[in-house]
Design a binder for this molecule. Structure first.
Ligand code: IPM
Ligand code: MN
Length: 357
């Protein structure tokens, strides 16, 4: 009997359903090649469902979703709906209530021509950002006072807990060791201005003492934004707070060719992980079969790795790499000359050829 992995699928808004459809085709195909089974269950949550029913993500569905082995998400966000309502009711709900404290964002340049920086080769861009995923300004401790008046005050607390900071830093040290590449961990914070981040600096030093084999580096977020463009070679594993991680990973994604390829995993070892492309719902491209599904395919690759299907994960990654290196898919934008479903076909063609690492 081959193994069956259960996957809750929330395709979501905008281009979400289109890219997820291709991601699932790739998943089914690689499962057939590698000899395991996948059982997807589709959930309708997102803007259309909200407009029709006023339901965001009801608790009973949430309880069902969390019992799957993994969750695959397309995108959430729709201009017809109040900013943040669905993002927080769906994405953040899963991140917080499942306590998915690691947001893992690999940055790899698969083909030289995809990098907007000059003289940067694929071997120069291979790092992973470990973004804290449950604290910071995202905890939602906010308020408005005298709202709508000239005297309005708006607050949102940046919170860090010793426990939250320590566990994500520990995860990052373990990852740097497991990657076994440059054996280096860079902490990005802003402890010179946001003094609460001294907690990060101290915890990094304390936990780091347990990992003498891992070199430690420390950068402030503003400098890191400059260094990553100037010298992406410098990074191996990066650990940072929720909001800086959000910003730094969009910047990093551009170095690997843009949001068309960047994927992420929201994880808490031992629990259902949530995998998604970093890009959003791109409303203007909805339903036009122009969105590139590669980032979702890469999210599927990360999900497979998390599920223990490492050979299938590598096969998918190699299929994408081959497709990009060969320039059969010449670009990652909507101008590639290939539609969403055609790009899915191209990945599937490459899958059969790609030997697992
Ligand atoms: C991301 C997104 C989300 C975030 C938004 C949609 C709330 O930008 O996953 O990076 O800020 O975390
Ligand atoms: Mn983001």
């Amino acid at each position: 009997m081959s193994k069956t992995h259960t996957v809750a699928v929330i395709a979501g808004d905008g281009i979400g359903p289109e890219v997820v459809r291709e991601g699932l085709r790739v998943l089914e195909r690689v499962a057939a090649i590698e000899g395991f089974a996948v059982k997807p269950t589709h959930y309708p949550f997102g803007a259309e469902h909200y407009l029709a029913t006023r339901e965001i993500f009801p608790d009973r569905a949430f309880e069902e979703v969390r019992r799957h082995d993994a969750i695959l998400l397309g995108a959430i966000g729709d201009p017809r709906i109040e900013v943040g309502l669905l993002e927080f009711g769906i994405i953040a709900k899963m991140r917080f209530e499942l306590d998915l404290y690691v947001n893992l964002r690999p940055v790899r340049l698969y083909a030289e021509h995809l990098c907007p920086l000059k003289d940067i080769l694929p071997r120069d861009v291979d790092f992973v950002v470990v973004r804290e995923n449950t604290e910071d300004a995202y905890a939602g401790m906010r308020g408005f006072f005298k709202k709508g008046t000239p005297d309005e005050v708006a607050t949102q607390e940046i919170i860090f807990t010793r426990k939250g900071v320590e566990r994500v830093i520990r995860y990052a040290f373990e990852l740097a060791r497991r990657r076994d590449k440059r054996k280096k961990l860079t902490l990005i914070d802003k402890a010179n201005a946001v003094r609460a981040m001294d907690l990060w600096t101290r915890t990094f030093a304390e936990v780091g003492a347990e990992y003498p084999d891992i070199a430690r580096d420390h950068q402030y977020i503003d400098a890191a934004c400059m260094y990553v463009v100037r010298n992406p070679r410098d990074y191996d594993t990066v650990v940072t707070s929720n909001m800086f991680g959000d910003i730094f990973t969009d910047l990093s994604a551009m170095i690997q060719g843009g949001l068309g390829v960047a994927a992420s995993g929201n994880i808490h070892p031992g629990r259902a992980g949530l995998f998604e492309p970093i890009h959003g719902s791109a409303p203007k491209y909805t339903g036009r079969n122009v969105a590139n599904p590669i980032a979702t395919v890469m999210a599927v690759s990360m999900m497979l790795d998390y599920l223990g299907e490492t050979s299938a994960s590598a096969r998918v990654e190699q299929a994408v790499e081959r497709l990009l290196v060969s320039k059969r898919l010449p670009s990652l934008g909507t101008d590639s000359g290939f539609g969403t479903t055609q790009i899915g076909d191209l990945v599937i063609e490459e899958l059969a050829a790609a030997p697992a690492r």
